[in-house]
Design a protein around this ligand. Structure first.
Ligand code: ADP
Ligand code: MG
Length: 459
């Protein structure tokens, strides 16, 4: 028995589906990693860098102001810068607070704290500068500016630019990571595509291979079945033929001889009014009837009329027998140039007609049947029609009984075709088409002795 490929194919399908699902979730995971990187690192970094740039610009402005303070003429006081410093302080602190909120995950806490410390330190010193200036110690204030405050400003500027630098570095690292994720996903897509192609090709090849094996197996089984059916039908026909011949030749001879002997005994030496003579006559009558029955049985088993006169005559003879036996009015019609068909093909065709008529009698309830034979140049079509109930759909050929199946087998043996059409309550038509060969085109009416054995196709 060929193993069904279904389990393997289902397994292949399952593996492919699992691979597709696995790869899709992998791709989705990579995408969400990318999105996380984008929102949590790159976007945050950019926003933070913008704030740091604002801080840097404020720190630079402060640097310029400090230079102005140290270079301004002695006549002006440092106190003039107080308001401007207050505005810059508010701006700067606002920016630093925002920056602390948007600081990227990569920012180190100590860097943030160091920036806050240096800023606080700067403002403390600047407060000292303005206090000294307001208490009239202008000189000391200027000295504090040029020594300590300028230094603290440059520390502040360095811290800010270091933070900017770090942001840039982390942005570069994130960019590289994004590029590597893209490259990895791209490489995996190619690998997945290749693996899927291989899986599809392997599965398809396997499917084609197993289909071919199944078809070969089917083909061989169907061949075996045809050969077996042909053998069975041939053997059956041989048996019927030999039983028929045996009945006709052996028992027919015996019964004929018994009948003749009884006749002679009747006539010889038995007085006409003797009861023995009456009994002898009755026995002779019984013998005669038995002989008749046996002959008709022999004909039914294998109609020698086909061998002697051909298929058309055989069918006409059977139609009469059928009408007599069943009471169904059966007409036959021959059209076209009838040729004499004998041998196995004639027997097969005859058996099909026999089965179709028997089915009509058994199943259709018809009162009338028609058999029509149409000869054409290369084929003979025989149609058997009844006007009964028709074949119920559930009992179409092949669904029950062996008669219709055997008809098909015989039609196949004829290299012909069989068609059964049926209309409910209108009747059934069985039509068989058998091909004729050129040598079969001898007129049916020719003398038997001159015809010899015409065989359409010996099987
Ligand atoms: N001429 C017909 N009219 C009605 N029914 C039919 C006719 N021929 C066949 N059938 C239906 O088809 C079935 C199959 O026929 P067949 O194969 O010859 O088997 P069987 O005659 O042994 O039942 C029959 O049982 C019958 O129901
Ligand atoms: Mg039948």
């Amino acid at each position: 028995m060929t193993k069904s490929p279904t389990v393997r194919l289902l397994l292949g399908l399952l593996i492919t589906l699992a691979a597709v699902t696995g790869f899709s979730s992998y791709a989705l995971e990579q995408l969400s990693g990318l999105r996380k990187l984008q929102t949590q690192t790159i976007d945050l970094n950019r926003h933070d860098s913008l704030l740091l740039l604002q801080v840097e610009s404020d720190v630079n402005t402060i640097g310029l102001k400090l230079r102005d303070m140290t270079q301004m003429p002695q006549t002006s006081g440092i106190g003039e810068f107080r308001n401007e410093f207050a505005r810059l302080r508010a701006d700067l602190e606002g920016a630093i607070q925002k920056d602390a909120r948007f600081a990227p995950a990569t920012r180190r806490a100590e860097d943030q704290a160091a920036l806050a410390d240096s800023l606080n330190q700067f403002w403390r010193t600047s407060d000292q500068v303005f206090n000294r200036a307001s208490t009239g110690h202008e000189r000391a204030a200027r000295a504090l500016v040029s020594t300590q405050l300028s230094k603290e400003q440059s520390i502040l500027a360095n811290r800010v630019s270091a933070l900017l630098e770090r942001n840039n570095e982390s942005e570069e690292r994130a960019d590289m990571k994004v590029a590597s994720i893209y490259a990895g996903v791209e490489r995996d897509i190619y690998a997945f595509w290749l693996a899927t192609m291989v899986a599809i090709v392997v599965t398809s090849l396997y499917l084609i291979y197993s289909n071919r094996r199944i078809f070969e197996k089917l083909e061989s089984l169907s061949r075996q079945r045809r050969v077996l059916a042909a053998r069975m039908i041939t053997v059956q026909e041989e048996v019927l033929r030999s039983v028929s011949r045996e009945l006709h030749d052996e028992f027919g001879q015996i019964l004929t001889a018994v009948g003749a002997m009884l006749g002679r005994a009747e006539r010889k030496g038995v007085p006409a009014d003797s009861p023995l003579r009456v009994e002898l006559s009755e026995v002779r009558q019984i013998t005669h009837n038995t002989l008749e029955k046996m002959r008709s049985l022999s004909q039914m088993l294998h109609p020698s009329v086909i061998d002697d006169y051909g298929l058309a005559e055989g069918i006409e003879w059977y139609a009469q027998v059928f009408q007599r036996q069943t009471g169904i009015e059966t007409t036959t019609k021959v059209s076209g140039n009838a040729v004499r068909i004998t041998g196995q093909p004639a027997i097969h065709c005859f058996r099909i007609v026999q089965e179709a008529l028997n089915n009509a009698a058994k199943h259709s309830g018809t009162k009338r049947a028609e058999v029509e034979m149409t000869f054409s140049a290369d084929k003979l079509t025989v149609e058997v029609r009844d006007f009964g109930c028709g074949i119920a759909p559930a009992r179409r050929p092949g669904k029950s009984g062996l008669g219709l199946i055997a008809m098909r087998e015989r039609a196949e043996l004829l290299s012909g075709s069989l068609n059964v059409s049926s209309v409910p309550n209108e009747g059934t038509t069985v039509s068989v088409i058998m091909p004729l060969q050129q040598e079969d085109h001898a007129p049916e009416a020719l003398e038997d002795e001159n015809i010899g054995e015409l065989v359409i196709r010996e099987l």
